[in-house]
Design a protein around this ligand. Sequence first.
Ligand SMILES: [Zn+2]
Length: 250
Amino acid sequence: MWTITRAGLQAPAAQALPSECPHCHAHAQLTPVSVPDFASLQRDAPQRVGIVFRCNACGVPRFFRFTVRRQESERIVLAGNGQELERAPERYAFGYLPANVARLFREALACHASDCFNAFASMCRRSAQAVFEDLGEGGRLRMFDTLEDIIELCELDGDTAHLLRAVIFGGTGDRDASLPDVDASHAGVLLEAMKDLLYQTYVRREKLTRAMRMRRFFAAQSGRRLAVVSARDEALDATDGEAGPQADSA
Ligand SMILES: [Zn+2]
């Protein structure tokens, strides 16, 4: 168990906090950097306390809230498990998305990381609207087909499929249909569906295009090198031909 004494924070024998850092994804030790003062805890007797740790791998602060189990004269005993308050948003290849889509989808992921699932759904709809504005009607129809593929591939039930269509495509047309209520489980499915839709729509195409451009560049470079080498060989052959008779005549 965690205890706070006049000497500071005493950690339990076993690591009781999630070791994977949500920022750098390393399994690193945590160093306490901000612990409430023992005297003020004794005076105020709070039910919960906040402690800030530093990830030893990336140095980013991680914020935890602990429930106070009991207060003794020489120590404050905390619950074994602290609740991490700030979770890093899901990572995504934002660099492959148009700026406006990236900006909105980044906010959507921040809402999801904060467990604000209805706000997340609203931002998913706005992200989708930005995609439709970028790609036009043809792009919207392609994206609808991609969503149907996802629904079929993952064998999603009718209610979930209906919710995905309503959130992502309900905001198009003359009338902005109201958003359905989204819970944690639906939000998880919506998150994966949106990531894949944006991947299929932008990331895949952009990655392929960049890879092909690189292949062409290197092919052209090696073609140019071959041309230079064969031109030099031809020039050397010609020089040998000229040098031959001169050497003989000398
Ligand atoms: Zn870290």
